[in-house]
Design a protein around this ligand. Structure first.
Ligand code: TEU
Ligand code: CA
Length: 562
């Protein structure tokens, strides 16, 4: 039997503060700006807000490079603002989880400044320092950073290299050092005691590294090898997370969600609890994030195969049915806009965005809506690299151009994949800068804001926004959609996604036409009885002949089968 928990019944809304709402007209979203919009979030039907990093940071990676965990980024406000934010969220009967970024800090963190000051400094061992190969002329390993280039940067002063899986301004902390861990746990308690309701744990399965630092496998024509086997799910990962549970998590009624690359269902289950105590409640796996891209490079496109998507959901839904829990997301601040990626952001923007919402809200697991998804915000196609802000995007451009790739081709990749697609300002209305700011925004607003914005969406009863609102309500009023068992049907069908959710004597049937082609499908269940009720659909009527349902582009339907 599945245990009922508040975080299983919650719908989460992710806020990327920099791009949400600017209250003081400096072009950057901020904490008071979020407070101004809490009623909007609440009204959508949200229970939990996941707030991306708001800590002090020089912003090499928009706050994922933290220079002080217990202070606030100047652009965003101060600690008082944050305390008020927590209070205002709670006042509205919502909860808030913070981003926990403890695989690395900023190189401007006091710990790193001390660590890099000399070999003897007491903070030296807080980070991962190694001698290079070939008389210290080459990095210790051939690993490639997520943002391109080596994972090691040479430090002249102490004549050693430090490890950074991400940007060189994001040195990896040395979790082998017990003092580092103790300080992190203290910091976590400090925030929990301020009343936050949990953490989203950034790249949490990277914190334990294989201490032999072996080279990764490498293609002869590539510059770098694959270090993932040596820093993902490392030898002491479970020990560390369990310790974090004992030192911090077990003492609070909170929710935790780990961001985990290549983790797998078995790990998700294993890490979800220990001796009946909740550890990592759920994880963000990346399997759906690679269905439209090449395994080797996220920049190379592949066609979406619905059968693969079905397999991924089945594996995770069945795997975590009895123990563990799923996190359901299609997009976030690192991914393209979901309607542009999995739907159709032109002719069928509204229909396809509703179809994707239907899938998310009827899957087992806690759904995460990324800001702007609820109004169907789309990718942005800046024509000039100078308009992009994301470090990964800018590095990619430089590296590919240096390799001799044509500019047009690189820009096309960037327009499709860049993380900045999700980071353009929230579109509130059709006024200057979409109502995000009165001054120049830190990144340009998507030019479609006159068409796509919150104000317009609220006033249109047929909008994506009102559909989200509606389906969130439906999910809450039908507990079977939360706890029900997942049963896929027509698993080999290439364009229709069909499944049942079953809970005690409740039963639901979900039908999604995943693509734009119209088609007919024979429904293996009789839906023409008086017990069957259509809960929601994204078309005004339904075309049914006997058991044959005619599905229009991206048509989606949710039935309650008595
Ligand atoms: O992301 C980790 C991650 O592996 C990727 O999603 C990453 O954003 C990138 O696309 C790799 O190609 C987390 C954060 O969500 C991301 O914003 C940070 O940049 C990163 O960690 C480092 O903290
Ligand atoms: Ca501001």
């Amino acid at each position: 039997m599945v245990n009922n928990r508040w975080w299983k019944e919650a719908v989460v809304y992710q806020i990327y503060p920099r791009s949400f709402n600017d209250s003081n007209q400096d072009g950057i979203g901020d904490i008071p700006g979020i407070i101004e919009k809490l009623d909007y979030v609440k009204d959508l039907g949200i229970d939990v807000i996941w707030l991306c990093p708001i800590y002090k940071s020089p912003n090499a990676d928009n706050g994922y490079d933290i220079s002080d965990y217990q202070a606030i980024m100047d652009d965003f406000g101060d600690l008082e603002d944050v305390e008020r934010l927590i209070e205002e969220i709670h006042k509205r009967d919502m909860k808030v989880i913070f981003d926990l970024v403890v695989n690395h800090t900023s190189d401007e963190h006091e710990w790193f400044i001390k660590s890099s000051s000399s070999l003897e400094n007491e903070y030296r061992d807080y980070y991962i320092w190694e001698k290079g190969k070939d008389n210290n002329n080459k990095p210790p390993t051939n690993w490639e950073s997520f943002f391109g280039g080596s994972t090691w940067t040479y430090d002249k002063k102490t004549d050693e290299y430090y490890l950074h899986l991400f940007d060189e301004k994001q040195p990896d902390l040395n979790w082998e050092n017990q003092e580092v861990r103790a300080k992190i746990y203290n910091m976590m308690r400090w925030w929990l005691n301020k009343g936050i309701d949990g953490f989203r744990m950034d790249v949490i399965n990277m914190i334990s590294k294989n201490q032999n630092f072996p080279d990764g496998e490498k293609d002869p024509d590539e510059d770098y090898g694959d270090g993932k086997p040596y820093f993902l799910n490392g030898p002491r990962l479970y020990e560390y997370i369990k310790e974090m549970g004992e030192e911090v998590l077990f003492d609070y009624d909170i929710m935790t969600v780990g961001e985990t690359l290549n983790f797998g269902v078995e790990n998700a289950k294993k890490f979800s609890e220990v001796n009946g105590k909740e550890l990592l409640d759920m994880v963000f796996h990346f399997e759906l994030m690679s269905v439209d891209r090449n395994d080797e490079s996220k920049w190379i496109k592949e066609e979406i195969d619905l059968k693969e998507i079905k397999k991924i959901y089945k594996k995770w839904n069945h795997g975590l049915y009895k123990s563990g829990w799923n996190a359901i997301y299609l997009g976030n601040h690192d991914q393209p806009r979901i309607v542009s990626r999995f739907g159709n952001d032109e002719e069928y923007r509204v229909e396809s965005a509703k179809m994707l919402a239907t899938m998310m809200m009827t899957m087992p697991g806690t759904p995460y809506i990324y800001q702007g998804e609820e109004i169907g915000m789309t990718n942005v196609a800046f024509n000039d690299i100078g308009k992009y802000r994301d470090v990964e995007t800018i590095n990619h451009y430089r590296i590919e151009i240096n390799k001799g790739k044509a500019k047009d081709e690189v820009m096309k990749e960037i327009q499709r994949v860049s993380r900045d697609n999700a980071r353009t300002p929230m579109q509130w209305n059709d006024e200057l800068n979409a109502g995000f700011t009165q001054s120049t925004p830190w990144i340009n607003v998507n030019s479609n804001y006159k068409e796509i914005n919150v104000e317009k969406s609220i006033n249109d009863s047929d909008s994506i926004y009102n559909y989200y609102k509606n389906i969130i309500k439906i999910r809450k009023n039908n507990i079977g959609l939360i706890y029900g068992k997942y049963k896929p049907l027509l698993e080999d069908h290439e364009s229709v996604f069909l499944y049942i959710r079953e809970y005690k004597n409740e039963k639901y049937l979900i039908i999604l036409n995943f693509f734009e082609q119209e088609l007919s499908v024979e429904i293996p269940i009789n839906i023409k009885t008086k017990e069957v009720k259509l809960l929601i659909s994204n078309y005004k009527d339904i075309i049914l002949n006997n058991q044959i349902l005619n599905l229009r582009p991206y048509e989606s339907l949710v039935f309650k089968l008595g």
